[in-house]
Design a protein around this ligand. Structure first.
Ligand SMILES: N[C@@H](CCC(=O)N[C@@H](CS)C(=O)NCC(=O)O)C(=O)O
Length: 231
């Protein structure tokens, strides 16, 4: 059994989608990030960066103590290796999937995160970061569109690279992106949306999501956007 420490956001959905696609048994442990549950000591012991998702595999390959994993990219690789699915084992295919997974982890996710922050949540509408991250969001959509121009999935067969990128593209309307400008991303996004396992993964915790918006008050803003370095 796998414990999934989770809140329904793009990074959380990557893992609920992967667990459904890989048909692994799991239970959800909710981490209400707007209430600060990511700072509880029991969670920090699993995920020292106070971010979800994280997992604890209570039945790791080879037995032994449970294995905790944080960072969604590392979790996707861990689950793919555990099941032998969605990550090729041959050198060239594996290298490509890891490249695009890292592209999502280091580029698409963080840049869209900043873009969304300055468009939707920042207390002031600041021209410089809005342009900086708005341009970067469009550039990254362009990179993905060109990649998908001549292939069905990001790398060969459907893989953890697709699972990492799809939940971020899902938020395109909020990001003010017009998918008509990125027809290959549109086609890929719509095709993946038809996958029953992906839909089940996306639905995990939809009741929790209602709580996010109901409770997104000044306190939640301070918790999420007012984190300062510890002295
Ligand atoms: N690089 C991390 C990012 C995870 C992340 O940013 N999670 C957000 C929600 S999408 C979170 O837990 N935020 C809590 C906080 O900011 O304290 C990953 O991919 O796992």
């Amino acid at each position: 059994m796998i414990d999934l420490h989770y809140w329904p956001t793009p990074n959380g959905w990557k893992i609920s989608i992967a667990l459904e696609e890989m048909e692994l048994p799991y239970r959800v442990v909710s981490v209400h990030i707007g209430r600060g549950e990511q700072f509880e000591p029991a969670f920090l012991a699993i995920s020292p960066n106070n971010r979800m998702p994280a997992i604890v595999d209570r039945d790791p390959a080879g037995g032994g103590a449970p294995i905790p994993v944080f960072e969604s990219g590392a979790i996707l690789v861990y689950l793919a290796e555990k099941t032998g699915r969605f990550l090729p084992t041959e050198l060239r295919g594996r290298t490509e999937v890891l490249e695009w997974l890292m592209w999502q982890m280091g580029g698409l996710g963080p840049m869209l995160g900043q873009h969304g922050h300055f468009e939707l949540y920042a207390p002031e509408r600041l021209a410089y970061p809005r342009k900086r991250y708005g341009d970067e969001a469009l550039r990254l959509y362009g990179v993905l569109d060109r990649r998908l121009a001549d292939r069905e999935h990001i790398c060969g067969e459907y893989s953890i690279a697709d699972m990492a990128c799809w939940p971020w593209i899902l938020t395109y309307k909020k990001q003010g992106i017009d998918l008509a400008d990125f027809p290959h991303v549109r086609r890929w996004y719509d095709a993946l949306k038809q996958r029953p396992a992906l839909r089940r993964g996306y639905d995990v915790g939809s009741d929790l999501r209602k709580k996010t918006f109901a409770g997104f008050d000044d306190k939640a803003r301070r918790i999420l956007f007012g984190q300062e370095p510890e002295s």
